[in-house]
Design a protein around this ligand. Structure first.
Ligand code: ZN
Ligand code: ZN
Length: 146
């Protein structure tokens, strides 16, 4: 009688152990599943963040390029203006000396004294203003200060 009770208790104990083991395995599996899904989520987040970041980088780089283009453009425009201003000051024959001679009577201020002297020397009393073809009767030295 006592022996059969002991066997019964032993069986209960084994079944209990088995149940506990099964329970533990179940919990472990669930935890593993949870960890797996968390790490998958983490991968997704990482990929999303990386792609967002590289998109931002591309955006920034193209903005940077636009700015550089704009600067290049305004630099070229400034250079053009400067060239125009410089050529406005220069003698239109030698493009070396500043304009320094007013022709009489047409009053053109387009050439330097040196070039006008040379031009008048070559043509004597028949020298004409190269700009308007008026006969030159005299010349006036001036100092261009722009
Ligand atoms: Zn000249
Ligand atoms: Zn003239």
């Amino acid at each position: 009688m006592l022996e059969s009770k002991l066997r019964h208790l032993n069986r209960q104990l084994r079944e209990g152990e088995l149940e506990t083991q099964l329970e533990m395995e179940k919990v472990q599996k669930e935890k593993e599943k949870e960890i797996k899904s968390l790490s998958e989520q983490h991968e997704v987040d990482k990929t999303r963040l990386l792609s967002e970041f590289s998109g931002e980088k591309v955006k920034m780089a193209s903005k940077h390029e636009e700015e550089i283009e704009a600067i290049k453009k305004s630099k070229a425009e400034l250079k053009k203006q400067l060239d125009q201003e410089n050529s406005a000051k220069l003698c239109q024959i030698c493009f070396d000396q500043p304009r320094s001679c007013i022709l009489i009577p047409c009053l053109h201020l387009v050439y330097c004294n040196e070039c006008v002297n040379k031009h008048r020397g070559q043509n004597e009393s028949n020298a004409k203003c190269p700009a308007c073809n008026t006969l030159i009767t005299g010349q006036l030295s001036c100092k261009l200060h722009l």
